[in-house]
Design a protein around this ligand. Structure first.
Ligand code: NAP
Length: 484
């Protein structure tokens, strides 16, 4: 089955397995909802545990052939996938808007970012190097080769339905692994569209299998229990990441985890306030705030607090809110529960003494809207500074010294990304080195780049995606001791 939800783009709505589109074995399907209208826009096959096991079988059948395919040929297919995705960027972006809700501008940005992972890993596929050296004793040579790790289970979230899939599929395919992609149930259509693009690009049958399923726990457990599966790559919440790590531990499966964030954004006293406001707008509002990299806590030095809050508040108040396809800057949140959670966090902060500078209320339905919001005087200890907001709300907090800002920024179990604004680069670098995060943006509100290692420390994750590191996550080093 398929849907013509977006003109000019036929999107299959079944499972992709072994190169064929098949229904779920029990015939089950589930609905996909448009967050802008709360209406059902499609239904998709709901993979069962039997489907999950059949996907492993398909991936296993294709594994040896794909591992033996010349890197240049793998690269050619990935490059073709890049071209196809780029040719259809507007249609894929519209598909993302329809099932995720984000603005069309954000969706188009995501498709371009997503396609770049195919191009970047096409370029990396032919540059997987090993190592050879003499043992310290001089007795033999130490030779290290890198081999594909094996079948990989890829589990992705709904907030970047295209990019989180390609950020895993690109390096896995480049390394010579076959994969099973389990997309988030809110946004399966984009993953299915990516699967169709890869098939059209010439990916052999069984190399990429796509398994939408609302039985995420059961299908993941069944797949990870198959000894042929050697890799788990997960992007999603820290809570689900913990559960999956426990399941993976039972089978000692290599696990890469891209988990939640609670990014601090620091505006030091010597910052260019206009640059900081522009950076905060991107860091907070890209994807309507539904990003793991979203600035969750904005710490501003007392000397620039009034100017920053006024200018930032004005910029947030100027954002238009509405359906993503209607040209709005900010679309709806993904579902009703997301709006409830944002509203709760704002209410808690206000009860504890925070002041609403702009926004602070739900938008009008039937879609899932929340007004862009700035909260000032947010007290330390408010729930909103401890939890991922995942919405268009920015808490502003004051500090007096760099040391205090660093201490506040690090007072969290998360450590994905942080942002620092200062005109003094040496000072910004000193602060960056003291921040407990896997990534830091200096004087800019976005860090994501397919060529750079993306990932977190502490409970924000394990491993890196993107860059050369991203490919190594899908390889094993084999050491061969050689005498000659
Ligand atoms: P989520 O609830 O953790 O779900 C992520 C994926 O895991 C979905 O495919 C979901 O499937 C699946 N899942 C849920 N429970 C599972 C289980 N018990 N076993 C196996 N799979 C399970 O996260 P989300 O709400 O989709 O995404 C938002 C989160 O992702 C945020 O915390 C955000 O920070 C994080 N994120 C992190 C990064 C990063 O790079 N660090 C990037 C983007 C997002 P169903 O949809 O079917 O439940």
């Amino acid at each position: 089955m398929s849907t013509e939800l977006v003109a000019g783009l036929t999107v299959p709505t079944d499972l992709l397995r072994g190169g064929a589109w098949v229904g779920a074995q029990d015939g089950g399907r589930f609905d996909v909802i448009d967050p802008a209208t709360a209406e059902t826009i499609a239904d998709v096959a709901n993979g069962t545990v039997a489907d999950a096991l059949a996907s492993v079988e398909a991936a296993a059948e294709a594994a040896a052939g794909w591992a033996a395919t010349a890197p240049r040929e793998r690269a050619r297919i990935l490059l073709r996938a890049f071209d196809l995705m780029t040719e259809r960027e507007e249609q894929v972006a519209e598909l993302i808007v329809r099932e995720n809700g984000k603005s069309f501008t954000d969706a188009l940005g995501e498709v371009r970012y997503a396609a770049e992972f195919f191009r970047w890993y096409a370029e990396e596929a032919v540059r997987v190097s090993g190592e050879i050296r003499t043992a310290p004793s001089g007795a033999n040579r130490i030779m290290v080769v890198r081999q594909p790790i094996g079948i990989a289970l890829l589990i992705t979230p709904w907030n970047f339905p295209a990019a989180m899939a390609t950020r895993k599929i690109g390096p896995a395919l480049a390394a010579g692994c076959t994969v099973i992609l389990k997309p988030a149930s809110e946004t399966p259509l984009t993953a299915l569209a990516v699967g169709a693009i890869l098939a059209e690009a010439g990916v052999p049958d069984g190399v990429v299998n796509v398994l939408p399923s609302r039985r995420s726990g059961a299908v993941a457990a069944a797949i990870l229990a198959d000894p042929r599966v050697r890799k788990l790559s997960f992007t999603g919440s820290t809570e689900v990441g913990r559960t999956l790590l426990k399941t993976a531990a039972d089978h000692v499966i290599s696990s890469s985890m891209e988990l939640g964030g609670n990014a601090p954004l620091l505006v030091l006293e010597d910052a260019d306030v206009d640059v900081a406001v522009a950076g905060a707008m991107v860091a907070k509002m890209r994807n309507g705030g539904e990003a793991c990299t979203a600035a969750n806590r904005i710490y501003v030095h007392r000397a620039v607090l009034a100017e920053f809050t006024e200018k930032f508040g004005a910029a947030m108040a100027a954002l238009s809110v509405g359906p993503g396809m209607d040209g709005a800057a900010v679309g709806p949140l993904v579902n009703a529960a997301a709006v409830d959670k944002v509203d709760e966090l704002v209410s808690d902060a206000v009860q504890r003494g925070a002041r609403v500078v702009v926004g602070g209320a739900r938008g009008e339905g039937p879609g899932y809207y929340y007004a862009p919001t700035v909260l000032a005087d947010v007290p330390v200890g408010a729930q909103i500074t401890d939890e991922e907001i995942f919405g268009p709300v920015a808490p502003v907090i004051t500090f007096d010294t760099d040391e205090e800002a660093i201490r506040l920024a690090n007072a969290t179990e998360y450590g994905l990304v942080a942002y620092v604004f200062s005109k003094d680069l040496a000072r910004a670098l000193r602060v960056s080195e003291a921040l407990e995060s896997g990534m830091v943006g200096i004087n800019r509100g976005v860090v994501s780049d397919p060529a750079a290692p993306f990932g977190g420390v502490k409970q924000s994750g394990i491993g890196r995606e993107g860059g050369h590191e991203g490919l190594l996550e899908y390889t094993e080093s084999k050491y061969i001791a050689v005498d000659w």
